[in-house]
Design a protein around this ligand. Sequence first.
Ligand SMILES: *Cc1c(COP(=O)(O)O)cnc(C)c1O
Length: 368
Amino acid sequence: MKVPFLDLQAINARQRDALREAMTRVLDVGWYVHGAEHAAFEREFAAHCGTPECVGVANGLDALTLVLRAWKEQGVLREGDEVIVPANTYIASILAITENRLAPVLVEPDPLTCNLDPVRLVAALTPRTKAILVVHLYGRAADMTRICAFAAQHGLKVLGDVAQAQGAVHAGRPVGAWGDAAGFSFYPGKNLGALGDAGAVTTADPGLALLLRALRNYGSHKKYHNQYQGPNSRLDELQAAILRVKLPLLAADNERRRQIAMRYVHEITCPQVALPAVPAEAESHVWHVFPVRVPDRERFQRHLADHGVETMIHYPIPPHHQPALAMLRESHLPVTEAIHREIISLPLSPVMRETEVAYVIGCVNSFR
Ligand SMILES: *Cc1c(COP(=O)(O)O)cnc(C)c1O
C-alpha cells in the first residue's frame, strides 16, 4: 500500500463541482480583485472566528507582517522593539518581525505541547519588549489564557499566528478571536486551503482593520490617494470564492483529523516513538500535522518509506540555524534543537481511509 503524506487533489476533488461553479461565477462576473466574493469571504470568515473584523490579504506571511507594520504606523511599535516568538516556529513568523526591523526574541517551547511556554515569558521580558507573536503550532491552540494575562500585565500586544490552526478553539473561543489580532494563511496545504496563496487578519479593533485595509492596497483608503507606503497584498476574487466553498467543510474536516489522531495515539505502541500530548479539550487541537518524536529519525523515515508511507519533517532546521537569521545563530535553545532533531510527521488528512490509518499504525509498530 502507498500512503501519501497529504493528497491535495483528493481533498479538493470532494468539492469539484462546487469549486468549478465558484470559479465559473468569478469568470462570468468579470471582476477579479476586491469584489463581491472577497467582501463575502471577509464577512463569513469573521463570523466563523467570532471577530467583528476580517481583512483579506495575499498570504499568511503578509497577514503577520502587515499587523506589525500597522502597529508601527500607529506608534505602538518602533524600530528595534522586541517581539517574543517561539523559537521552534516555522520561519515565516520570525520573518514577519524582521521584515519590520523589529527584534525577534526566541523563547523555548514547552516540550510537551511544542507551543510557547508561558513560564518562560518572564525571563524573556526586557524594557524593549512590546509584543508577543503566539504560534498555534501543528494545529494546537497555545495557552492564550495565560499568555494574554501576562501580556495585559506588561502592556504587550498579542498577535496570533493561526496559519496551522484554522478552527481551533481555546477556552471556548476560536483562536482567531484571542489577542489583539490574528494572522491566517490559506496556503493549499493548511486545514483551510485555497487553490493558491491567500491569507487574512482577524481582529476586534476597527482602527487596526481600517489601517490594514489601506496598507494591503498601496497604503490607499481611496483610489489614487496614498496615505502610506503600502505593498500590494490583496486576496483575489478567485481564491475568495474557493475559500467560501471550502469554509463550511472545515469543522467536519477537523473532526476527521481528530479521529485519525486519536487512533494514532491509542494504537501506536512502538516504544521508540514518542507521541504528541493530547489536550484535555478536543477542540483545542485541529491536528494540522501529527508529529511524533523518534531519536533515530532517519532510520524511522526510511523504514516507513520502504513500506510506502510518506512522512514530512516540520521542521528539519531550527530558524536560528538558518543562514537568513545568522544574527540569532548563537542562541542557546536546547529544547528547540532537540525537537528539530527528532520530530517527524505521519500522514494525516481528512481524506485518509481507515485502512490507510491502520496500515500506517502497523508500519510504525513494526519499527525496531
Ligand atoms: C504556512 C505558515 C505561515 C505562512 O503562510 P503563507 O501563506 O505560506 O505565507 C506562517 N506561519 C506558520 C506557522 C505557517 O505554518
